[in-house]
Design a protein around this ligand. Structure first.
Ligand code: CA
Length: 310
């Protein structure tokens, strides 16, 4: 049996590109979509921050109008940070707060005594943003008064996000800045919601479309609204976005072999398979199974006269 040359193997195959989001254009209910994503990929898409939101919008392109993401209303309210960092660990509530007066207090102000109070998000207030720069976080105090959602938009567009207060030192820093410039009560980035990610992550980035009339327990992305999210009935059927790697990977490898042996001799083809497998395992691929795929005329290997050296 002649010598088989498999040196330049890497030129003949490539790995599937690793992508976090996958648009699936089948129209399914939220639950069907969740099941589909869990079987084929990892889960429905989670969006953790503005960078991922932008990538999501890019993934959707103009292929669809609406798309499910992995956000669903749960049963428990939690106090979360606007910048996505999740549930509040440190809090500085005024005595008797949060009291959810009138049943609709879902946003947080820091009062002039540096204590926190839950109030309605529709109130207009001065607000505190922060920007991340060179690994440091700096607060930026805005004197114009807006609703909590509008303040959030401004902070995200001009800086990083609304102010996150992780400890006593942060709380003093925010409060000092307010006292020095113009003492008032201000919005901070703390809000309350029941929404949960399908993959179990406790991140709290939200990108709701303001004043949407739709109500429901599942979150849908509206492509025509810069990818902002709306509540939607979970039984509606729309396309959706999954995240994670495809669980079943299939690669078709085309290879050229320079040899003087008979290409349709089964000992040749099985020896080739062995060599290929060795080579692929060397590329740190595990759990792989190689088979030959017949060509058009039923032959596995076909002579390429121009390449053949007799
Ligand atoms: Ca209150």
């Amino acid at each position: 049996m002649g010598q088989l040359q498999l040196n330049k193997l890497d030129q003949y195959f490539s790995y599937p590109a690793l992508q976090q989001y996958h648009l699936i254009t089948h129209q399914l209910t939220w639950y069907e979509a969740q099941n589909y994503c869990r079987v084929k990929y990892t889960d429905l898409a989670t969006v953790n921050n503005m960078d991922e939101e932008n990538y999501l919008v890019k993934t959707l392109g103009s292929h669809v109008t609406y798309s499910w993401i992995g956000l669903q209303k749960g049963s428990t309210d939690r106090w979360m940070w606007s910048d996505g960092s999740g549930k509040a660990q440190f809090t500085k509530w005024r005595a008797g707060e949060p009291n959810n007066a009138g049943g609709n207090e879902r946003c947080t102000e820091m009062n002039e005594e540096s204590e926190w109070v839950d109030i309605q998000c529709e109130d207009s207030k001065r607000f505190m943003c922060y920007k991340r720069q060179d690994g440091k976080e700096r607060y930026v105090y805005y004197l114009n008064k807006y609703t909590w959602a509008k303040s959030q938009d401004i902070c995200r567009n001009k800086h990083t996000d609304m102010a996150t207060v992780m400890n006593e030192a942060d709380n003093s820093a925010v409060s000092d800045l307010v006292q020095k410039r113009l003492p008032d009560s201000i919005w901070i980035g703390l809000f309350k919601d029941k929404w949960m990610w399908s993959d179990g992550r406790e991140t709290s980035f939200r990108y709701w479309l303001p004043d949407s009339p739709y109500r429901g327990n599942c979150a849908s992305v509206v492509v025509s609204q810069q990818g902002r999210w709306i509540e939607n009935e979970c039984t509606q059927t729309t396309p959706f976005v999954c995240q994670g790697d495809l669980k079943v990977k299939k690669m078709v490898i085309r290879l050229k072999v320079r040899s003087d042996v008979d290409p349709n001799d089964s000992t040749v083809t099985s020896a080739l398979l062995k060599e290929l497998e060795k080579s692929l395992r060397h590329e740190s691929l595990t759990d792989l199974k190689l088979t030959w795929r017949n060509g058009k005329n039923g032959l596995i290997l076909q002579r390429d006269e121009q390449l053949e050296v007799a």
